[in-house]
Write a protein that binds this ligand. Structure first.
Ligand code: UDP
Length: 466
């Protein structure tokens, strides 16, 4: 039996104020004919990183809506997680190949997980590459199986992709964050595009009174007398923490009292984080203006909330990114963001909304200085970002997308995008005045002008997938 993660209870009703009455009603309606359906979500870690963040909110909400949902994790030792991190990196384009020994370790674990797998679910969602091969070592039973990919697989290392590809063939559906991430030779016929979302009522994202947030940061040793720039991210080379430090050093030439906080989680399935953490400590030991924190030192959700609420600028200098929940988390607090033009980040913000998209260290430093010198601009950008997150990246929309996929799989028909989903970003479109485009006699609805123009540039790409 795979380990169960206890997620407690949540009520969809508590989202009416933040996400809107209409969104909650739409979710209730979509769940009505799935009542009693048994859903299993499987990943590799109960904490640290975006997937565990999503499942902690999604699973109890599915239960509240009358489904019977479990979250289980596959177990693994250090060696297994070194291999799965190498696969993760390879799928994001890292040049390193897997050794024969790596492949053997991955397959042995997949076989062991398959043997430990519980029967009795109607839908099984396997998240990311860690558990993906499990289905190759057992039959599907009566369940529908979904592979949910959270990473940028648009330009994978071909050798790593060739190894992983056959394990995906038996899935009934695959879900990606962006259409650009879908590998052209994906062996799964049904593909959905669903971006993640944040939970606005979780301790990480609920409104924190300024005085409380200030006391929290004071207590952990980051006084707010000086301008504060923060990056919250797993310690991972793709998040480019060394690039953040380089940009902050440059920005200090213009803003000498700037302080930088790097807040990084150590996830159970990410052994690389320890090396990156040591490297950062070594590189900055005589620079007292740089603060480095980890979840292992007790910096948890409320502390992350305080950082995202009170930083003058949040940076997310990713080189590759699946989605980057931290961007929406920070914008939700009205804080401007300076972020790499990578993966799902431009979905959440664009120049003029939320902050600045940057390319490279100098660009990043310039954007930080601009925002520190002009707090009114920062506030205006933060507010526009918050509005975008409210419209598109709150968890009821994600629940709605997941329910739509389960319903369509149960009924054996494709999701009817024209009826209610933006075919580019996967978002449920519920507004009274939707953005529309008619192609070959059929009208499609979009969440924004941006998605409509992406669709308009190559409709075939999206229509082929339906
Ligand atoms: N996070 C955290 N503490 C940390 C670093 C990250 O709680 O020290 C959280 C962060 O707030 C976000 C998630 O981990 O909810 C990271 O998700 P994201 O999509 O940004 O990146 P991923 O780690 O999945 O690549």
């Amino acid at each position: 039996m795979l380990d169960l993660v206890d997620v407690g209870e949540r009520s969809i009703e508590s989202y009416r104020r933040s996400a809107g009455f209409h969104a909650v009603d739409a979710v209730r309606e979509a769940a009505a004919d799935l009542r009693g359906a048994r859903v299993l979500e499987v990943n590799a870690t109960p904490y640290g990183g975006g997937v565990s963040e999503l499942l902690r909110s999604l699973v109890p909400l599915l239960n509240d809506l009358g489904l019977s949902a479990d979250w289980r994790i596959i177990s693994g030792d250090e060696r297994f997680f070194q291999v799965t991190k190498a696969i993760h990196n390879g799928l994001q384009g890292d040049a390193r190949d897997l050794t024969d020994a790596d492949r053997a370790v991955y397959l042995e674990h997949a076989e062991a997980c398959a043997a430990a797998f519980d029967e009795g679910y109607d839908f099984v969602v396997l998240h990311d590459p860690q558990p993906a091969a499990l289905l190759s070592f057992r039959d599907k039973g009566s369940a529908k199986w979904i592979w949910r990919c959270h990473i940028d697989t648009s330009t994978p290392n071909p050798r790593v992709w060739r190894f992983m590809r056959p394990f995906l063939a038996p899935f009934d559906a695959a879900v990606f964050t962006m259409a650009q991430f879908v590998p052209p030779d994906l062996p799964v016929r049904r593909v959905e595009i669903v971006p993640p979302a944040i939970d606005p009522v979780s301790p990480k994202n609920l409104p924190l009174p300024e005085a409380t947030a200030r006391e929290i940061l004071d207590w952990i040793g980051v006084p707010l007398r000086r301008p504060l720039v923060t990056q919250v991210a797993r310690f991972d080379p793709w998040k480019d923490p060394m690039g953040v430090i380089a940009a902050a050093r440059l920005a200090r030439e213009d803003v000498p009292d700037l302080q930088l906080a790097l807040v990084g989680a150590m996830a159970l399935d990410d052994p690389q984080a320890r090396d990156v953490y040591r490297q950062l400590r070594d590189a900055t030991h005589d620079e007292r203006w740089i603060h480095i924190f980890t979840n292992l030192q007790g910096v948890g959700n409320v502390e992350v909330n305080a950082f995202q609420t009170l930083s003058d600028v949040v940076v997310q200098k990713s080189l590759r990114e699946g989605f980057g929940l931290v961007v929406s988390e920070s914008l939700w607090k009205g804080t401007p963001v300076v972020a790499g033009r990578a993966g799902g980040i431009p979905l959440q913000m664009a120049d003029g909304v939320g902050g600045f998209l940057i390319d490279g260290v100098e660009d990043c430093a310039r954007a930080i200085v601009k925002l520190l010198r002009d707090p009114d601009l920062g506030r205006a950008l933060g507010e526009s970002g918050r509005a975008r997150v409210r419209e598109r990246f709150l968890i009821p929309r994600l629940v709605l997308n997941e329910l739509a996929l389960l319903r369509s799989l149960a009924a054996g028909r494709p999701v009817d995008h024209a009826a209610g989903h933006d075919p580019v970003c996967g978002m449920a479109v519920t507004g009274a005045r939707p953005v529309e485009l008619t192609v070959e006699g059929r009208t499609y609805r979009f969440c924004s002008e941006r998605c409509r123009s992406i669709f308009d540039a190559s409709p075939g790409r999206y229509l082929a997938r339906r």
